[in-house]
Design a binder for this molecule. Structure first.
Ligand code: ZN
Length: 271
């Protein structure tokens, strides 16, 4: 249980303060904070409250969305990511997860070029703040408008193009990459190159009724979670296993009961 982290978006109906009270009661040791949970809050206070709750801040979600058709919009995205780096630094979050972005109608190759340029523009600030950046490949069903990075291989290619800076790595989210025939070898490669920065858990439901908000609790779907998790651990990864579930179904119910189910399904998965 010492590696169980929950994302604030997973229990979206709860305020950040309610998450800080509820998570530890269910054995959760880490918290990944989504930026919308920080609205109207003093970041130093949040850092103190999180430490007092006994929770480790695992990462800040999310930066990214670099591609745009105009240079001024691409600069706006960079500015917002620079703000995210400041926020992560103030919270003591060692990592920002990047949902890289895409523009409908713009070639994916061009979007990936703009993503690479966007991350390059952030590097000096990220390195100065001691905040790492993790490229999270998204399932290809989001290639139109959420991310032009859809496989671990493409994430590696961006890291390579940047010259493999230590501050830039990869977030493996089972929901997005479980289907990839190269998954094991690309996870191994992430381990060997020191790029494996985060591991996100949920499940893929059949049928999936909503492309965004119908993720399953671990065990509710068809992903070979234990096998993928063993591949991740096989690289020497000892970081948190982060439960990230967007679900209209689970959000409509009692969140304490949901957290209880999360900790039980996590326990079952790793027992
Ligand atoms: Zn994720």
């Amino acid at each position: 249980m010492s590696r169980l982290c929950v994302h604030t978006i997973t229990t979206k109906p709860l305020s950040l303060e309610q998450c800080l009270t509820a998570f530890p009661k269910h054995g959760v040791a880490g918290i990944t904070i989504w930026r919308q949970a920080l609205e109207n809050r003093d970041l130093r206070t949040v850092q103190r409250q999180t430490a007092e709750a006994g929770l480790e801040v695992v990462s800040l979600c999310r930066g990214g969305f670099f591609p745009a058709t105009s240079a001024s919009d691409r600069q706006k995205a960079i500015d917002d990511n620079l703000l995210a780096i400041e926020q992560a630094h103030a919270l003591g979050a060692p990592l920002i997860v990047l949902v890289c972005g895409a523009v409908p109608g713009q070639a994916l190759t061009e979007s990936r070029k703009q993503i690479t340029e966007g991350i390059a523009a952030l590097l000096p600030a990220a390195e100065a703040a001691g905040v790492n950046l993790a490229i999270e490949p998204l399932h290809p069903m989001y290639a139109d408008d959420r991310s032009a990075v859809n496989t671990l291989r493409q994430a590696h290619e961006i890291c390579d193009a940047l010259g493999s800076p230590k501050a830039v790595g990869i977030a493996v989210d089972v929901y997005h990459v479980w289907w990839d025939p190269d998954l094991q070898s690309q996870i191994d490669r992430a381990g060997a190159t020191g790029r494996l920065h985060a591991f996100h858990l949920c499940d893929w439901k059949t049928p999936t009724t909503d492309l965004l908000n119908d993720r399953g609790l671990m065990g509710e779907g068809c992903i070979n979670l234990r096998e993928i998790s063993d591949w991740v651990d096989g690289t020497g990864f000892t970081g948190f296993r982060e439960v990230e579930i967007f679900s209209n179904k689970w959000w409509s119910g009692d969140q304490e009961e949901f957290l209880d189910k999360i900790s039980r399904s996590y326990d079952l998965l790793y027992s």
